[in-house]
Design a protein around this ligand. Structure first.
Ligand code: GAL
Ligand code: MG
Length: 950
């Protein structure tokens, strides 16, 4: 047995874990980031061999992104056989080497690796120093005895896999190398090892284990307390300024010993659970508006630069996120410092996932096979390594105020080894909560403090409450943000706010994981060479894109998490402050009244509303004429940035005033019906039952026939709906799906009756009975207005439709459009709370949303008017519309953005309805209320020539 395959040998000569700090004062820090010599081998080598032909590599980095080895994205499956603790014999190996200078050896010298995957052997001046595994955990080695004054050589031999890899089966791109900072520290010989700070809402205690001068400073650097030659102190703080995620006030602790200074920040805060099972921070019930964060970057992989981390956290703040679960490992330690400073509640997770064992028991896919004892969580030989990982996690970050929960890991089942982790954490007495979704699911809730679930539907939540459990309910993962979505976060959060016992949740997940190819195209699983198993684009499930640009889903999360809600009734607006610690007078509140999208009233003011309190405002609505809608929009700004938007209808839209021009004569002309007026000439095909030409002032408006269709380019969240809808070859064959993507349109009959065109038709997928039978009446008035009435029945057994309505192509040059509806981003019936109804201008290019795998996008709901080219669409009720550079077929087929081909046309959709987007890629099936499941369809739409439009 090789020692890297022995779970009992997780390290050699590695220092005990300690709290994270970089010592200052006389102590010296020498970063070893930068260029190293590097040699990659397809299998492990004996380092005694001299390496002559070195390459160069940047550290930190993932070697797969530096041109070595193969890229691979796998979710649950291990990338090698499940034969623990063994890994493949051909185990790739990267040897890193560089020199560093020591001017004077005066103290103790350490080498620190903040992250190396999967394990490393360290040599200094050709002598063996030690070994470590645990990729996302800090490793420190005392190299004093190997170092000499002057130039020294350090070599780090990194193996792709080790037995620890069985505990690192997280759902991500599998990377290797020295992927976080590494450095040398020289410190006084008799230095402090560990620092333990415990702060609550009343006191701060510091324990450093050796005599030192310990000082407490406030945020302005005023010394509040100083204790000389103390091993530990406990200070009761008079009138403390407490820390919370909204106002993250930090005190500084300075510890001096033998010329070395250690600086740590701490915030004062308490964590508790109320009698109503609420989460209390400083005694205040708080909702966690969270997100799961992986360290991921399209260019640097698992390494996120400090700038990239700040960018992530700033953007989270802007999106009203107050909580981060560090899925599924401790992030780079600097990130937790930033969380303290910027204010986030952190659920800090152990570097632990053994999901791939689940695949060994195909009959019980959703239950972890702990009975057979084959999971590491249960087996004695894995205990040391598993518990040690938890200890290293806790020891490193125990002084961070932002950490409010420890997580035992992810998808690793729950056995004796987790119980031991819990026992260890309880000895810390740090009042943080313990989280383990495995424990909650597998009936081991006594070991944990919150009931944690993943992707539970609202019905499952209800079922939990029936059990009478008093544990706070927490979604450690919900609202799978893959592709276009999530569409369900708003409803979840309203329930969370209405239920004291629900403490919130974390969206899955923050950003898409991708790799950029030479052309800058985003690549995912299946795109790389030699992937023996992969999970396609399941890694592209972020609520922001990989470059951190945002989209409708990001804004939907922002709105569900927003700090203000309002209600409007009979001229009275009730404004509620959902901040937990901020009076709303710190913000600017505005409201506007819009008639047909025109602002007729605008007010800006400061509202002094205490956290969780409400205030009533009288709203004077002026008398005004309008055609499409009268709305009230409220917004909340802080430091010039918008944090909340709410939207209320002020009155019903008046009935439409239509011109009562008489119908014009429709005449048969070959297989067509032709209708002509002063400015227009329309051709309606009796064969296809649709318009094939619309000329206004001699200008052709159509670039192809109008079609009645039901298909949309599937979103990632449509993956299960597709079993019903079609587009998946296997299901086409076994007869389950409607095959809506291969649609046939049948016209049984098309005639002129009483001056109207009457069409009887049906739509059906290939090899299926019709899913929709309809009658359509078309009437054209003298001024060229076309009144379409579509009435039909959807088949009993058709579950629900992606959408239903007209699709047509128009000339590419007519790409600009105006609409009165919900915008300006894309909106779906369940992904719309961030958007307001108004008058918007856009164009086909602007409507495109660059999802990693191209899919349905760019829809607008609540539309009352669409003007494009010389055509104007209106309805009595509302319709949905979409304008795109790409056809549905192209969008359906393309798997990457470079496969999208423009065909010289603008593609328009005018729909009766479009189904919601949900989050079913991993979350529950789309809620019924968001499905287009109407059985009787009645869709009225008018098209009028808009002659003034250029
Ligand atoms: C969860 C898992 C995450 C991720 C997600 C799907 O089950 O905890 O790591 O795989 O599913 O994107
Ligand atoms: Mg997993």
């Amino acid at each position: 047995m090789r020692n890297y395959e022995n779970p009992l040998v997780t390290s050699e000569n590695r220092m005990n874990p300690r709290s994270y700090y970089i010592p200052e004062g006389v102590s010296e820090l020498q970063m070893l980031n930068g260029e190293w010599s590097f040699k990659y081998y397809k299998r492990d080598i004996d380092v005694k061999d001299e390496i002559a032909d070195w390459d160069k590599i940047m550290v930190p980095s993932c070697w797969q992104l530096q041109g070595y080895d193969d890229l691979n994205y796998t979710n649950i499956n291990y990338p090698y056989p499940v034969d623990p603790p063994y890994v493949p014999d051909d185990n790739p190996c990267g040897v890193y080497q560089r020199e560093f200078d020591i001017k004077k050896v005066w103290g103790k010298i350490y080498f620190v690796l903040e992250g190396v995957s999967s394990c490393a052997y360290i040599y200094v001046n050709k002598e063996y120093v030690g070994f470590t595994q645990g990729s996302h955990l800090q490793a420190e080695f005392d190299i004093t005895k190997f170092v000499t004054k002057g130039t020294n050589t350090i070599q780090v031999r990194v193996l792709k896999w080790c037995c620890g890899s069985y505990l690192e089966d997280q759902d991500f791109l599998r990377y290797n190398g020295i992927f976080r900072d590494c450095y040398i520290l020289q410190r006084p010989k008799d230095h402090i090892e560990d620092v333990r700070i415990l702060s609550d809402a009343e006191k701060i205690s510091v324990d450093v284990g050796k005599e030192a001068d310990i000082a407490l400073l406030d945020a302005e650097e005023n010394v509040l307390q100083l204790e000389r030659n103390a091993c530990n102190v406990e200070w009761k703080i008079e009138n403390p300024i407490l820390w919370n995620a909204e106002k993250p006030y930090l005190y500084t602790i300075k510890i001096k010993r033998n010329g070395e200074e250690i600086v740590q920040k701490t915030g004062m805060r308490s964590i508790a659970i109320s009698e109503k099972s609420e989460l209390l921070i400083n005694g205040v019930p708080v909702k966690l508006h969270g997100v799961n964060h992986h360290d991921t970057d399209p260019k640097t992989g698992w390494y996120q630069t400090p700038e990239a981390l700040v960018k992530d956290l700033r953007l989270m703040k802007e999106l009203n996120i107050n909580c981060i679960r560090t899925s599924h490992y401790p992030p780079t330690p600097h990130m937790i410092e930033l969380c303290d400073e910027m204010g986030f509640y952190v659920i800090l997770e152990n570097d632990m996932e053994t999901h791939g064992f689940r695949m060994r028991n195909p009959n019980e896919e959703d239950r972890y096979d702990i009975e057979t004892g084959e999971w590491p969580c249960q087996r004695a030989e894995w205990k040391k390594e598993m518990v040690e990982r938890m200890q290293r996690t806790v020891m490193r970050d125990k002084n961070h105020t932002s950490v409010i929960m420890w997580s035992l890991g992810n998808e690793s089942a729950f056995g004796e080894n987790m119980k031991e982790m819990v026992r260890f954490i309880r000895t810390q007495k740090d009042c943080r909560l313990i989280h383990s979704e495995d424990a909650s699911r597998l009936g081991e809730s006594d070991y944990v403090d919150v009931h944690s679930t993943m992707y539970h539907s609202l019905e499952e939540v209800e079922a939990f409450f029936k059990t009478g459990s008093k544990q706070p309910y927490f979604f450690c993962e919900y609202c799978h943000a893959m592709g276009n979505g999530p569409g369900d976060i708003y409803d979840y959060n309203e329930l969370i706010h209405a239920t004291p016992q629900m403490i919130g949740g974390c969206v899955w997940e923050w950003a898409d994981h991708v790799v950029l190819d030479e052309k800058g195209v985003q690549r995912y699983g299946g795109d790389f060479q030699n992937e023996k198993t992969h999970d396609s684009n399941f890694c592209c499930d972020g609520m922001v894109f990989s470059d951190r640009s945002i989209r409708s889903g990001s804004l939907e999360v922002k709105t569900a998490y927003q700090p203000m809600v309002t209600q409007y009734e009979n001229g009275v607006l009730t404004v509620t402050n959902r901040y937990d610690f901020t009076n709303m007078e710190d913000c600017e509140f505005t409201y506007e009244i819009q008639a047909d999208g025109e602002t007729i009233v605008f007010r800006t003011m400061k509202l002094a509303i205490e956290p969780h309190e409400s205030l009533k405002l009288n709203i004077d609505v002026p008398k005004v004429e309008y055609q499409y809608g009268l709305y009230l929009n409220c917004r909340l700004y802080k430091d010039g940035k918008e944090y909340a938007v709410t939207h209320h209808k002020l009155a019903d839209t008046p009935a439409r005033q239509k011109s009562d021009e008489a119908a014009v004569q429709a005449v048969y002309e070959g297989e067509n019906v032709v209708i002509t007026g002063e400015h227009f000439r329309y051709v309606f095909s009796r064969h296809y039952g649709t318009f094939t030409s619309m000329k206004i002032n001699g200008k052709e408006q159509l670039a192809g026939p109008m079609r009645l269709t039901a298909w949309r380019a599937p979103t990632d969240n449509d993956c299960n709906a597709q079993l019903e809808w079609g587009g998946l070859e296997s299901y086409r064959q076994n007869g389950r799906s409607e095959n809506l993507d291969k649609q046939f349109s049948k016209i049984y009959d098309c005639e002129i009756k009483d001056g109207r065109i009457i069409v009887k038709g049906a739509l059906a997928g290939v090899a299926r009975r019709p899913f929709f039978k309809y009658m359509m009446s078309v009437n054209v008035t003298k001024d060229g207005r076309i009144d379409i009435l579509l009435e039909g029945n959807v088949h009993e057994r058709t579950k629900y439709l992606p959408r239903l309505g007209f699709e047509f192509d128009i000339p590419e040059s007519n790409a600009a459009f105006t609409y009165y509806g919900r915008g300006e981003g894309e909106t779906y019936c369940d992904e719309c709370h961030y958007a307001t109804i108004g008058m918007y201008e856009s164009n086909a290019e602007k409507e495109y949303v660059h999802y990693v795998r191209p899919q349905e996008h760019g829809n607008h709901i609540d539309v009352k008017m669409l003007k494009i080219g010389n055509l104007k669409f209106e309805t009595e009720k509302t319709f949905e519309c979409k304008v795109s550079q790409y056809s549905t077929e192209v969008l359906t087929r393309a798997q990457h953005t470079d496969e999208l081909i423009k065909d010289g046309k603008t593609h328009v959709r005018v729909d009766y309805k479009v189904s919601g987007v949900g989050s079913n890629a991993c979350g529950p099936f789309l809620a019924e209320k968001y499905q287009l499941n109407d059985k009787q369809i009645c869709f009225e739409v008018e098209i009028s020539p808009d002659e003034h439009y250029e």
